[in-house]
Design a protein around this ligand. Structure first.
Ligand SMILES: C[S@@+](CC[C@H](N)C(=O)[O-])C[C@H]1O[C@@H](n2cnc3c(N)ncnc32)[C@H](O)[C@@H]1O
Length: 275
């Protein structure tokens, strides 16, 4: 079942990616080469008016706490906590705390593009305030929509979204994506962590953990690839690339929606299959 789903998606397009889109893929020369050669099927996913409509239901669930004024004590406390979290949880291991969220309509389209059905358990690795996890709950039939986030403050915000939606498929955990969840409980992972320097090591650790288990997984990486030669090369393969655009747009770098909203932000989702 899972295989035929992948093959169906893979056949949706066989065009090679625009050169600038290939260049935008970080961390893996191997992935860029495969994309440039046209070895990887590319699917363009249109963000439609229907996604916008679902996003309108999603946005209130994701609303954060009111912003404090720049000169009050709450703002000082907020900054002090950010600094403490960074020093205690991120800095020592060279991890990147950048917590950009997918915009609601983008999150809905990404969730829809994951092609999840009622047999799939999904986990967002580095879920920040939970935009994608909540979109999976709102827009798909997945049996679990979970997220793990290293930042306690990010996790608190995500838990607020869970409380608002009252869907018992949703759960959030505070911890490291490498050992803060029971990976075997899931079938499909998404990872949008930032940090060009530390990401290859973090993803290497993750793949080692996944490959140590006798279970297939899908892993979708937002804007970056993984070098899959070596230890786990025979279990892991790059199976497709997905790029978001507004309905009716073309197939160039400029037509692709930057996933995290910045001009030069990641645009290509790469899906790896772990068999
Ligand atoms: C760009 S955000 C991803 C947002 C979310 N996935 C979404 O799509 O809306 C990246 C998040 O990964 C978290 N992160 C970075 N390294 C991590 C790790 N090793 N374990 C868990 N979370 C991590 C950061 O704190 C940040 O909140």
């Amino acid at each position: 079942m899972r295989c035929s789903k992948l093959v169906m998606c893979a056949l949706s397009s066989t065009q090679a990616l625009d050169e600038a889109l290939v260049r935008s893929v970080q961390c893996s020369k191997q992935a860029r080469k495969a994309l440039a050669r046209g070895d990887v099927p590319v699917a363009w996913l249109d963000v439609t008016a229907a996604d916008d409509a679902v996003a309108e239901r999603l946005a209130p669930l994701l609303a954060g706490p009111a912003r404090c004024a720049h000169d009050d004590d709450a703002f000082e406390a907020h900054n002090a906590r950010t600094k403490r979290e960074f020093v205690e949880l991120f800095a020592g291991d060279g991890l990147d705390p950048a917590n950009n969220e997918l915009a609601p309509a983008t999150a809905v389209a990404v969730a829809r593009g994951l092609d999840l059905d009622a047999a799939d358990a999904f986990c967002d690795l580095g879920c920040s305030a939970g935009a994608l996890t909540m979109a999976v709950a709102v827009a798909t039939e997945a049996r679990l929509a979970h997220g793990v986030e290293l930042s306690p403050r990010g996790t608190e915000r995500a838990l607020l979204a869970k409380e608002r939606c009252g869907d018992d498929r949703v759960e959030f955990f505070q911890g490291d994506l490498r050992d803060g969840v029971d990976h075997a409980a899931y079938d499909v992972f998404y990872c949008g962590i930032r940090g060009v320097a530390s990401r290859p090591r973090v993803l290497g650790d993750l793949l080692e953990t996944l490959c140590a288990q006798d279970k297939p997984y899908r892993l979708v990486c937002a804007g970056f690839g993984v070098d899959i030669r070596g230890l786990y090369g025979d279990r892991v393969s790059l199976v497709r690339a997905t790029v978001l655009r507004r309905a009716g747009a073309g197939a160039s770098y400029a037509d692709a929606i930057p996933l995290y909203g910045e001009g030069e932000g990641p645009r290509v989702l790469l899906e790896y299959s772990i068999t």
